[in-house]
Design a protein around this ligand. Structure first.
Ligand SMILES: NC(=O)c1ccc[n+]([C@@H]2O[C@H](COP(=O)([O-])OP(=O)(O)OC[C@H]3O[C@@H](n4cnc5c(N)ncnc54)[C@H](O)[C@@H]3O)[C@@H](O)[C@H]2O)c1
Length: 260
């Protein structure tokens, strides 16, 4: 992007020098969010249990933790606020999924997906609220999924495909409701809370099967899966000063798939 255009965009979005926590920063979407928020002039504080690929940027900080462990979560938020004082934005993005048929679902599967996809979002929101000041405008963005509002179509999956599960969708539906709850309970500290619900993102490092991509694309009005950057744009909007009156919203980014 030309320098003048980038400057215009930075002013329009008002993100320069903002401090942003991104959970699940080492994954497919988290890495792209990190890269793009750094390019927009933010300080990014990445949280994950896996180390990210090496990032050479003085505005990038990484903390390793199991985000779904409430004690670890509180400890790390404490450390972050000691170092950075106030944080402008929390992106709850860490997520896990299980792919076995529901008839084989174990208690451990149910607990794991619930802990990471739902409880960790709660812990991070609670700590973000607890440590936040009352003054500056702040934003929380919860990453959900279209499978929080529609059921996956079993006809698009073949034997070895990663089949989206009932517990994944149920936890993501819980995330949508948590957004609505917190959108009206955190306003005393000037915090907006919104959701982004992505459709299926094509995975460039561990690609979905060709047949799955074909069948998914046939089900999708735009005839394709999402690119990671197409989800990032929605998150950037909700973090930016262009969205200061957007609160409690679920921004669905699925190429229209849930509109059929
Ligand atoms: N990829 C898709 O097609 C898609 C579609 C809709 C929604 N989503 C959602 O987007 C978000 C990001 O997905 P992704 O595709 O980048 O997944 P990913 O698996 O590439 O990344 C998830 C990251 O979360 C981290 N993580 C998992 N459990 C953790 C824990 N207990 N503590 C700390 N970190 C933990 C992982 O280490 C990983 O780096 C998830 O919430 C996912 O449900 C993804």
């Amino acid at each position: 992007m030309k320098k003048n255009n980038l400057n215009f965009l930075k002013n329009f979005l008002g993100l320069e020098n903002k401090k942003i926590i991104i959970t699940g920063c080492s994954g497919q979407l988290g890495a792209s969010l990190t890269d793009n928020f750094l390019k927009l002039g933010c300080t990014v504080i990445g949280l994950d249990m896996k180390r990210p690929k090496k990032i050479n940027n003085k505005n990038y900080f990484f903390y390793k933790l199991d985000i779904s462990n409430s004690k670890e979560n509180t400890f790390i938020f404490n450390e972050i606020y000691k170092k950075f004082k106030n944080i402008d934005c929390l992106i709850n993005n860490a997520g896990v999924a299980v792919f076995e048929p529901f008839t084989n679902r174990s208690d451990d599967d149910l607990d794991w997906v619930t802990s990471v996809n739902l409880k960790s979002y709660f812990y991070s929101i609670k700590n973000f609220y607890k440590f936040s000041d009352k003054k500056s405008s702040k934003s929380i963005i919860n990453i959900s999924s279209i499978y929080s509002i529609i059921s996956p179509d079993p006809k698009i999956y073949s034997k070895n495909d990663r089949k989206s599960s009932e517990i994944y969708g149920a936890t993501k539906a819980g995330v949508n409701q948590m957004t609505r709850y917190f959108a009206i309970h955190l306003t005393d500290k000037n915090i907006r809370v919104n959701t982004v619900s992505p459709g299926g993102i094509f995975n460039t490092t561990s690609p979905q099967s060709k047949l799955f991509v074909k069948k998914y694309s046939l089900r999708n009005p735009l005839n394709r899966m999402a690119k990671t950057e197409e989800i990032v744009g929605a998150v950037v909007y909700l973090a930016s000063s262009s969205s200061t009156y957007t609160n409690g919203h679920n921004l669905i980014v699925d190429g229209g798939m849930s509109s059929w």
